[in-house]
Design a protein around this ligand. Structure first.
Ligand code: ADE
Ligand code: ZN
Length: 324
């Protein structure tokens, strides 16, 4: 099965570029930029990983971002991820980035996006990995800040395919960002939002994504299974759900294999993704292997999940057909 998974050309639709920041790179970049993170070695960084819920992960994730200072840093972060993706036989990616995590530290939007974009171009040319970027807003920051960043993105509109919403979901419902997402749609961006596993008010958040925001995809969305009408609506709209099994294991202590099977049975379109692979120590193939190891997934189930990723991707239909 390992070879089977490795041999399939795949797409990844839920990976945070800042979540691909490997401890060796955090350490080396902090050193070269004179940033004091308080770790003596890459091993000390890994030893400090203690993720058991979303907030405990996010605290560390934002701390490590301080090592990223220059356009070259963003280039190297992004290109290193694409090298990992190519090694996993990923041919298409829609990666997330979190501009507010950088502008809030005094790094300009241009520094961030120029570095990422140059790496995307080089990865397509040198590694054969095509990508379209998704800009995420941090939902624990204000709607005004999100709107300001939407404005900042407009000169780079051709480099960004869509917008998303991530970070701490507690008491930060989709509706808080309705005006921002309405404006993003009017500017031509596609829309997705995180509905993280087992968060407070999660089922109503997913309904808001459908009824008030009119998203074109849902990131995570595992808890939709608690509501039959919600599942039926997601299936009817053919909305993709970007599920992250190893990430889920850290938050809910299960790889959510039963839930993924239920979604397939209900005619929903789950896809498999890595989320923050450097922190959860699992890239895309590892996530598929976890389904085999912990859920005894068959080759045809794996194939269906891989096919779903291309189907619900934001590739042009003509480009999609080449992969399906
Ligand atoms: N930002 C980076 N990874 C995230 C996750 N898994 N959930 C919410 N926000 C995130
Ligand atoms: Zn995520």
């Amino acid at each position: 099965m390992r070879n089977f998974i490795a041999s399939l050309p795949k797409a990844e639709l839920h990976v945070h570029l800042e979540g691909t920041f490997e401890p060796e790179h955090i350490f080396a970049m902090a050193l070269r930029n004179g940033i004091e993170l308080g770790y003596e070695s890459p091993e000390a960084i890994v030893a400090a990983y203690d993720f058991h819920d979303l907030p405990s992960f996010l605290t560390f994730y934002y701390k490590a971002m301080h090592a990223l200072q220059t356009e070259q840093d963003f280039y190297e972060l992004t290109y290193a991820y694409f090298e990992k993706a190519a090694a996993d036989n990923i041919v298409y990616v829609e990666p997330f980035f979190d501009p507010q995590g950088h502008t809030s530290r005094g790094i300009s939007f241009a520094t961030v996006i120029n570095g990422i974009h140059r790496a995307q171009q080089d990865a397509e040319q040198n590694l054969g990995v095509k990508s379209n970027l998704i800009m995420c807003f941090l939902r624990d920051m204000s709607a005004e800040s999100a709107m300001e960043h939407l404005q900042l993105s407009l000169p780079y509109k051709d480099w960004i395919i869509g917008v998303g919403l991530d970070s701490d979901e507690k008491d930060n419902p989709p509706m808080k960002f309705k005006a921002v997402f309405d404006r993003a749609r009017a500017e031509g961006y596609k829309l997705t939002m995180h509905c993280d596993v087992n968060q407070k008010d999660i089922v109503s958040h997913i309904w808001e994504c459908l009824n008030d925001i009119d998203v074109e995809r849902i990131d995570h969305g595992i808890n939709s299974l608690e509501d039959d009408a919600l599942c039926a609506e997601i299936a009817k709209r053919e909305l993709g759900l970007t599920i992250c099994p190893v990430s889920n294991q850290f938050v809910v202590q299960t790889y959510t294999t039963d839930e993924i099977r239920s979604m397939l049975r209900k005619g929903m379109k789950p896809t498999i993704n890595s989320d923050d692979p450097a922190y959860f120590r699992a890239y895309l193939n590892d996530n598929f292997e976890a389904l085999v190891e912990h859920g005894n997934f068959s080759q045809s189930e794996i194939l269906q999940l891989v096919k779903n990723s291309f189907e619900v991707s934001w590739l042009e239909p003509t480009d999609k057909n080449g992969y399906l």
